[in-house]
Design a protein around this ligand. Structure first.
Ligand code: HMG
Ligand code: MG
Length: 301
């Protein structure tokens, strides 16, 4: 089918997952989750975000999380930084990879980061410049790539334009976020094709939320387009506090089960992932959203 032979997984659970919990998860649990995810073989882990604690109190312990993480060769801990203030705090905490996050719709941009798209790009410019100067890797996210909770359907060209702006700023890769999980494979393919006309395909990644149960199908569609970087969240945790109704990313264990079945290498141990999904879910007091975690529970625990 012309699918990539190996896929780089970005684990989003500790950030995208725990930012959406109703309560604040204790720092020690966050840190243990990140360590356990690395033990599963995940090499790219989104650890926290250096956003305003007034906006997202769940991530208010960002510096403590970073301070308690053991340095781990071969594992990149990435953090979100919406502005220079966040970048400086992230660097002081030792971050070596950051993410800036824009949106394909004006309304979502204003709700999420309190400014319009063009202003957000100008706000990210010094952040990305500083990161490049400091040898820090930078991801650029585009949210609501196919649908927005406030504006509805988003034309592919609108998403592609923002993806290109982030790429031109100097982002190493562009995460295409279906923030509210409304995409279906045809729409995702059309959006990726539009982006790939303006940004090299190798620089594009998928970040698909599973609100409507489409995230695995959408990931397969993206794989068929040649996208080899995908975000996922352990146990399917997550959502964005500023995207009403959004649930978590595709569960990491569901995605790895599918990739294993397709013979696509990830370097990740499925059994350990399932154990980790149950470990964090037990701490949060509910079962994982993941089908694979439930199906494999008796074989793994
Ligand atoms: P603002 O209110 O316009 O900013 O928020 P401000 O400059 O007026 O600052 C307000 C207060 O926050 C001030 O404090 C600042 O000092 C402080 P005060 O003077 O009132 O005491 N502040 C900060 N504190 C800590 N760290 C900072 C920081 N910046 C300002 N970096 C701002 C603008 C961007 C800060 C705010 O809108 C914000 O933090 N937004 C973040 C929202 C968020 O985290 N959303 C979820 C992540 S994005 C996501 O989930 C989507 C993604 O997964 C992809 C997808 O699914 O599509 C990535
Ligand atoms: Mg997200």
């Amino acid at each position: 089918m012309g699918l990539p032979r190996c896929v780089t997984l970005w684990e989003a659970g500790p950030r995208d997952g725990l930012q959406n919990e109703p309560g604040v998860v204790p720092t020690a649990i966050k840190v243990e989750l990140i360590e356990r995810l690395a033990d599963c073989g995940l090499t790219h882990i989104e650890a926290t975000s250096f956003v305003s604690p007034k906006w997202v109190p769940q991530m208010g312990d960002h510096a403590e999380v970073m301070a308690q993480l053991k340095p781990r060769p071969g594992v990149l801990h990435q953090v979100l930084t919406p502005n220079m203030r966040g970048y400086e705090a992230a660097r002081a905490a030792g971050a070596e990879a950051i993410g800036v996050f824009a949106a394909a719709s004006e309304s979502f941009s204003r709700r999420n980061i309190d400014c319009g798209i063009e202003e957000s790009i100008e706000r990210f410019r010094p952040v990305v410049e500083a990161a490049r100067r400091d040898g820090v890797k930078v991801r650029g996210f585009v949210s609501v790539v196919v649908g927005c909770p406030f504006e509805g359907d988003i034309p592919p060209q609108q998403t592609a334009k923002v993806a290109r702006q982030l790429y031109d700023l100097g982002c190493d890769d562009i995460g295409l976020g279906d923030t509210i999980g409304v995409g279906t494979p045809g729409k995702i393919k059309a959006m990726i094709e539009a982006c790939a006309r303006l940004v090299p395909l190798e620089a594009l990644g998928g970040h698909f939320h599973d609100t409507y149960g489409q995230a695995l199908a959408n990931t397969l569609a993206a794989l068929e387009c040649g996208i080899a970087r995908h975000d996922a969240s352990i146990a399917g945790l997550g959502g964005c506090p500023y995207a009403p109704g959004a649930t978590g990313n595709v569960a990491t264990e569901d995605l790895v089960y599918m990739l294993d079945g397709l013979g696509i290498q990830t370097g990740v141990d499925l059994k350990k992932l399932v154990q980790t999904a149950w470990w964090i879910s037990d701490r949060l007091g509910r079962p994982p959203a993941s089908r694979v975690a439930k199906a494999m529970k008796s074989k793994c625990l």
